[in-house]
Design a protein around this ligand. Structure first.
Ligand code: ADP
Length: 490
């Protein structure tokens, strides 16, 4: 019986293939690292051919473990968002390296657009800000700077896409050039309410509309793989950007339900239902899900530095040998002794968006040691999340409980501190690969294994661990006051 779901989880540092049984249990997986290219300071690139080759290799590996491609009911793809690939739609060959979401090279173009007064209108229409993070300015950069991209555009053979779009093109033997609505909503080229890419926005960013993919649903019969690629035709039935997939994997299907992923950075998304998000507090509006043409939206806050602060303590300062040691260190003392860290190591994201801010450690004394630094680093996660909660609340969205995931969420001390500082219960699923699980839920629904997404979520979601708030308000206020002072210094 073909009732497995194959998920291709395209991360920034690795590509993975994961095989899920229809009840959401992980049956097999394979993973390969991706080469990171840093040609200049602030530039990050991937080789699209390597992404494809390694994806295919991982997919073949788990298909073999499943007992053959005929066992698979549908494929779900979830990906690092905003990363741009340019290829020739006739030859199917990449025309340049992919520009990765972290890449800052288009800041001058963004500044120009901001100076010309476009940010308000762009934010109102797309939910996004004029920041190099998003795909549109990256496409424009390729047109201006990669001769092969410009030549293909002139010849009418240029295809742009984010990673899921590139993989679908290859998986279908070049038959389908599509992108799902969640990935499309990160390009600056689609209105939040728009069905497809917007001619006016394409003109503003200087991106030819003809080079862009068709915008599709995120679940359903979206494409079918070419028989040559995986050995038989398999329907592609789920597509989603990674944070949207994680939000679905965390079962945030009703308005107000919120998840926070603590990986390298931290990403918080709250379901907004079918109302189009309009933030007055520099949060982002984004498409959370689109099925049968019906959209639901999310409001999103992105924090640039989360787990990477722990990595920095480990690799640059030698405070710990392993990220997990931070938990025992934090527990070994009653307080951080007044030590406060503002982790603005690469500027500050939401809600302040200050690219020029830099990290600060305040309150050091001779009594400060490794434990104080580790505890202050973990406390900084709750402080940053608290500020996001305030911004979400100011936009009219309060969090009932917070559902957490990501590598750092394994830290029980941090999970409890989040509950304490936010004053809300924090829930963590036992299966923390919520991004892949969300893609599996979409694909299982799209393949007809469930009548609707809610049914898939109900069956496929695992058990939860809950952390209840337990902190006196004066302790919380003292922490926040220290944080405010340190933040001003940053
Ligand atoms: P990504 O998907 O962004 O690559 P992960 O979700 O795998 O990241 O999370 C890894 C990050 O979490 C690393 O930066 C690491 O420092 C941090 N991390 C992992 N385990 C712990 C832990 N137990 N306590 C604190 N931080 C942790």
């Amino acid at each position: 019986m073909s009732d497995y779901i194959l998920v291709l989880d395209e991360g920034t540092t690795s590509t993975r293939a994961m095989l899920f049984a229809s009840d959401g249990v992980l049956a097999a997986s394979a993973q390969l690292e991706l080469t990171q290219h840093y040609p200049q300071s602030g530039w990050v690139e991937h080789d699209p051919q390597e992404v494809w080759d390694k994806t295919l290799q991982c997919a073949m590996d788990v298909i073999q473990k499943a007992g053959g491609a005929s066992m698979i009911a549908g494929i779900g793809i979830t990906n690092q968002r905003e990363t741009v690939v340019a290829w020739d739609r006739v030859t199917g060959e990449p025309l340049s390296r992919a520009i990765v979401w972290q890449d800052r090279r288009t800041e001058p173009f963004c500044m120009k657009l901001r100076a010309a007064g476009h940010e308000g209108e762009v934010q109102r229409r797309t939910g996004l800000l004029l920041d190099p993070y998003f795909s549109g300015t990256k496409m424009r950069w390729m047109l201006d700077n990669a001769p092969a991209v410009r030549a293909a555009s002139d010849a009418g053979t240029l295809a742009f896409g984010t990673i899921e779009s590139w993989l679908v093109f290859r998986l279908t033997g070049g038959a389908r050039h599509i992108t799902d609505a969640s990935n499309a909503s990160r390009t600056l080229l689609m209105e939040l309410a728009g069905e497809g890419f917007d001619e006016g926005l394409c003109e503003l960013f200087g991106v030819p509309h003809a080079a862009l993919p068709q915008v599709t649903d995120m679940s359903g019969l979206l494409a079918v793989t070419d028989v040559q690629i995986l050995g038989c035709e398999i329907p592609i039935t789920g597509l989603a950007g990674d944070q949207q997939a994680a939000t679905i994997g965390q079962a945030c299907l009703a308005p107000g339900e919120t998840k926070a992923t603590y990986g390298t950075g931290a990403f918080v998304l709250t379901n907004q239902g079918d109302s189009i998000p309009q933030s007055s507090n520099r949060l982002l509006g984004t498409v959370l899900c689109q099925i049968d043409g019906k959209r639901i939206y999310a409001i999103e806050g992105s924090v640039f530095v989360a787990g990477s602060l722990i990595q920095w303590l480990r690799d640059s300062l030698g405070v710990v040998h392993d990220a997990r040691e931070t938990e025992a260190l934090a527990r070994s003392i009653e307080t951080s002794g007044g030590v406060t860290i503002v982790p603005a190591l690469s500027g500050l994201g939401a809600p302040l968006w200050r690219a020029d801010a830099r990290g600060v450690i305040t309150g050091l004394s001779f009594a400060s040691g490794k434990a104080e630094l580790a505890r202050a680093a973990l406390e900084a996660m709750a402080h940053q999340t608290y500020d996001l909660a305030q911004a979400f609340a100011a936009d009219g969205t309060s969090w009932g409980t917070l559902r957490i995931d990501g590598g750092m969420a394994a830290n029980d001390w941090m999970a409890q501190d989040l509950a304490d500082m936010l004053g809300v219960a924090v829930e963590r699923p036992s299966f923390v690969e919520t991004t892949a699980l969300g893609a599996a839920m979409l694909a299982a629904t799209g393949a007809g294994l469930y009548p609707d997404l809610a049914s898939a979520v109900e069956v496929m979601r695992g058990t939860l661990k809950r952390f209840e708030p337990d902190m006196k308000d004066d302790v919380r206020q003292e922490r926040l006051e220290r944080w405010r002072k340190a933040l001003n210094a940053a």
